[in-house]
Design a protein around this ligand. Sequence first.
Ligand code: AMP
Length: 287
Amino acid sequence: MELITDITAMRSWCAAARRAGGRIALVPTMGYFHAGHLALMDRARSLADRVVVSLFVNPLQFGPTEDLDRYPRDLERDQRLAGERGVDVLFAPAVETMYPSETATRVVVGELGTRLCGASRPGHFDGVATVVAKLFHIVGPDVAVFGEKDFQQLVILRRMAADLDFPVTIVGHPVVREPDGLAMSSRNTYLSPEERRRAAAISRGLRRARELVAGGERRVEAIATAVEAVLTDAGLRSEYVAVVDSATLAPQHKVTQRSRLLVAAWAGATRLIDNCALTPSGEVIAP
Ligand code: AMP
């Protein structure tokens, strides 16, 4: 596996791969790989001839009081894990490479980026869309793989690719979980043993919601109340529990085949998110 840190070198590598007739898959990440990242790499491998994984802790998507400085980093370990996974290139540019000091232009997401996670993280999705647009321009992937773990991000990036005419297919990959159901996340390393134990309540809440729906409940308010109860009983502070249309993120009052339940909750000082489809046949995200 090659480690590339330079934009021109990355472009040349991709141009050569394309000339050789290869399809390129891109997996954008912030590193500190866990099994969720590795599953995305495997998925990318199944979809293309060449797999590029980007590793960039993107300052633009962190708020002034967020965890940019303490975000976990381990390039050596990530290089080894990606290499073992059959990744062709790990693209790990420096911040100054991606954002030279004269940078003045941003992608603005609009309303989709102001709700749910965007309500407490203003500018976050503009930062995500900006860096992903840059990565799309640098790599020119045929396909890009993102996790459903960050469901709002996935919907926003599908929208961006369509709105800005990126010739890329966006693929969403299901959430990869720990044995007790907690969605894998680089930020799980922040949790104390007690918080880690409590954090499993988030996926229990999702399961409770699916049970209610399986039992015939369709009222979003009743479902949200039940999920909130699971979270607070475990000592978590819920930020939002929302049922939205999986394609548009529009809030819903009644569960439909397109419903997605999204949760953000705090375990101590750590913010965790998770989501699931609410109906058995609703696992696939509507385009
Ligand atoms: P991150 O490094 O946290 O920015 O994540 C990079 C990519 O991995 C994003 O597309 C995430 O949605 C995805 N991802 C992170 N955690 C998981 C998980 N537990 N299951 C599936 N995908 C994930």
